[in-house]
Every structure is written in structure tokens, then in C-alpha cells.
Design a protein. Sequence first.
Length: 127
Amino acid sequence: MNYEVRITWDPRDSIFVARVPELQGVHSHGKTRAEAAKNVEEAIELHIETLKEDGEPIPVPLVEQEFSGKLNLRLGPGLHRDIAAKAAEDGKSINDVLTEAALAALGSSTARAALRASRKTKKRKAG
């Protein structure tokens, strides 16, 4: 299966850490990116084998799922009001404020990639 693997550098332990978002708890590490990637592939295989043996469902890889770009979100009324006020203060839509907050939460490199993809989608819809 084609699971997304995210590899980051851990400066504290001086190793590369590989994680698989779709498979909670599946991670590995290595002295190099390549070693971390190889090790996490083995961890994925073992995890999938265990899920099968236990009769548990196998998560669908993110790359095989379709995402519309629309997200229904439930918030408390106070938080909703605060976000609306922030949007009004900044001259933005609520959607823009929440998108920026989500991008900030994902981190800089992921945020930049997501923002580029979002802008391409908006351009296609406008054009």
C-alpha cells in the first residue's frame, strides 16, 4: 500500500524520524533519511500483518482518498463569534482565518505546500 511517510530531523537525538499519519503509532528512525524510510517500510508491513491477524480494518492510504476541500466544523458559539470578530478586524473571511490557523498548526513546509495547492485551486475556479 502507498502510505504517506513524513520524515523529520530530531536534533535532540540526532536521528531522522519517520512517521505514517494514517497508521497511528507506526514510526521508525535512522541515521539517514534513507535508513529511516527503509525502517518505517518494515514497520508498516509488520503493522499491516498484525491488523490482518487481529481482524482489524486496514486504513486506506491518504493518497487513495478523495478530499473535496470542504470541511464541516462544529465550534462553540463563543469561539465562532471570536473567529468572526477576528475575521472582521483583519478584513478576511472566516474561512481565510481558519485556513491560516490550520496552515500554521501544520508547520512551515507543509503549510507552504498546502497554500500553493489552495491558490492553484482558486485560480482554476476563477479562470
